[in-house]
Ligand binder design. Structure first.
Ligand code: NDP
Length: 481
């Protein structure tokens, strides 16, 4: 069976303890490779390599770092289809999604930050009362830790690594143990690109062992984490007393608000995508759909017709809309939430069941796209993150009412608003508890914009210069003349 290796100090190496974990293909329900069950000894080795690599890497010119990082982007491009297939197999997502979104975006992340660092600048403050000038240096932090989840494996992994490297840090990174394969391919690409030893180290393993060893390590200066709110809270408890910098991108329970004056066809077709893309396993999916009472019945019926046409099945087939969810425990969790919704009085009007497609995917972990109505806004189904292909529909009558529903959850990551009334769009957007609001679109991403959430959806922002600010420490130097 193929064994994934750690990438430490420029070498692909086995875990020191020789232990491995099973890696499943969720679309067939079988183990297809093994991943290192690394522990603190491997993390120590990775941190040591990163520490040794830091002085030289941080002293390269921006242009030299740009060249290395662009070479990584080119390396992904040259093995594009291999990455696409690996991502789809490891995660269960439709191959067309990996080809259209995940892998192109991973490549763009490197390109974006390789070039961004060439334009990154700091402030200066001229003092008129005294002849003096302040200038602010932005210096890299040293060794930083990057930990990412399984839903957009390479996309989110590189979204952290690229700005960290571009600003002159060296990195110890851990992908999710559930989806390690494209991170492994990335380590091969880094070797091929001639990235200096120790600049990027990828250590595979479990969250509570490998991940926590990274979080705990005193020589790691900052933690950039994307994952669940509970894990984020746990990490914050460890990191806060150590006074490390931390960026936490956590869960969501996003509202998708549809007013009666929306562009109906656009709102309808995009809502199907924003509900079920990647099997609903995108932190930005709109899982609570609020529909104005004037169009509620029509929208609901048209939505259900479209949802029932979505094909659930083999991720490798080009016409598949929903592939497998990421694991058996996750499938079970989603199905439990559907049961809970029924107990809470919800009516399942589409889907609601596990699926066993015919053929090679018969034992995979599939769930039908599920639509539920009739639930109050404050029940558990409407308050807790399910992170699967399950949405609820709720009618509303006024702006005030829907804002109350939308903002009632502990999360505040993203929101979508559909209306042709520009004043209403801006008013509602400004009053939503969210770090990101899309008006008349969804997941339209400009990598320069701040990305992140409020409330229990996290602290800090990624994206654009925000990520570069996070991975650097400002130092003000005041010169009197
Ligand atoms: P988890 O929090 O379970 O895991 C995220 C990462 O943290 C994984 O690599 C995991 O490793 C690791 N980890 C787990 N425990 C620890 C620990 N004690 N110390 C250090 N690292 C640890 O999240 P999921 O992977 O289940 O991802 C789904 C969640 O991510 C959802 O809540 C989703 O909303 C959120 N998310 C947020 C995004 C955002 O931008 N705000 C974007 C995408 C997802 P392992 O996998 O080995 O357990």
């Amino acid at each position: 069976m193929f064994k994934i290796q750690n990438y430490i100090n420029g070498e692909l190496v086995a875990p020191i303890n020789g232990k491995y974990l099973d890696n499943y293909d969720p679309s067939v329900g079988e183990v297809y490779s093994l991943i290192p069950d690394s522990d603190s000894a491997d993390v120590d080795m990775a941190v040591k390599a990163a520490k040794e690599a830091f002085p030289e890497w941080s002293n390269l010119s921006n242009e030299q770092r740009h060249d290395y990082i662009m070479a990584i982007a080119d390396g992904i491009e040259s093995r594009f289809e291999e990455f696409v297939e690996a991502e789809s197999r490891d995660n269960g997502k439709p191959i067309k999604l990996a080809r259209k979104v995940d892998i192109p975006r991973a490549k763009s992340n490197f390109k974006f930050y390789a070039t961004a660092v060439m334009h990154y600048s700091s402030q200066s403050h001229f003092m008129s009362e005294e002849p003096a000038i302040n200038y602010t240096l932005r210096q890299p932090l040293g060794v930083v830790g990057c930990i990412s989840p399984w839903n957009l494996p390479l996309y989110l992994f590189t979204w952290k690594i690229a700005p960290a490297l571009a600003t002159g840090n060296t990195v110890v990174a851990k992908p999710s143990e559930i989806t390690p394969m494209t991170a492994y391919l990335l380590s091969e690409v880094c070797k091929e690109a001639g990235l200096p030893n120790g600049v990027l180290n990828i250590v595979h393993g479990n969250g509570p062992t490998t991940g926590e060893a990274i979080v705990q390590h005193d020589d790691i200066q900052a933690i950039s984490f994307t994952g669940g709110t509970k894990t984020g809270e746990h990490i914050a408890r460890i990191v806060a007393p150590k006074f490390k910098k931390m960026s936490l991108e956590l869960g969501g329970k996003n509202p998708n608000i549809i007013f009666g004056d929306c562009d109906y066809d656009k709102a309808l077709s995009t809502s199907v995508i924003s509900s079920f893309a990647n099997q609903g396993q995108i932190c930005l999916c709109g899982s609570r759909v609020f529909i104005h009472e004037s169009i509620y019945e029509k929208f609901r019926d048209d939505f259900v017709v479209k949802v029932k046409k979505l094909k659930v099945g083999d991720p490798m087939e080009g016409d598949t809309s929903l592939g497998a969810v990421v694991s058996k425990p996750h499938q079970e969790k989603i199905l439990l939430y559907i049961e809970l919704a029924k107990q809470e009085g919800g009516k399942v009007i589409a889907g609601g069941n596990a699926v066993n497609p015919e053929g090679r995917c018969a034992n995979g972990y599939f769930v039908e796209p599920t639509v539920i109505e009739g639930l109050p806004f404050n029940c558990r189904t409407n308050q807790e993150e399910i992170f699967g292909p399950v949405v609820t529909l709720q009618p509303f009558s006024t702006e005030e009412e829907v804002l109350g529903y939308a903002n009632s959850v502990k999360y505040g990551l993203a929101a979508t608003v559909w209306t042709q009334d520009i004043s209403r769009a801006n008013r509602v957007a400004q009053n939503l508890h969210a770090g990101i609001v899309w008006v008349n679109c969804w997941l339209l991403r400009d990598l320069r914009t701040p990305f992140g959430g409020v409330k229990d959806s996290g602290i800090g922002r990624e994206g654009g210069f925000e990520a570069m600010d996070f991975f650097t420490e400002p130092k003000n130097i005041c010169v009197k003349y």
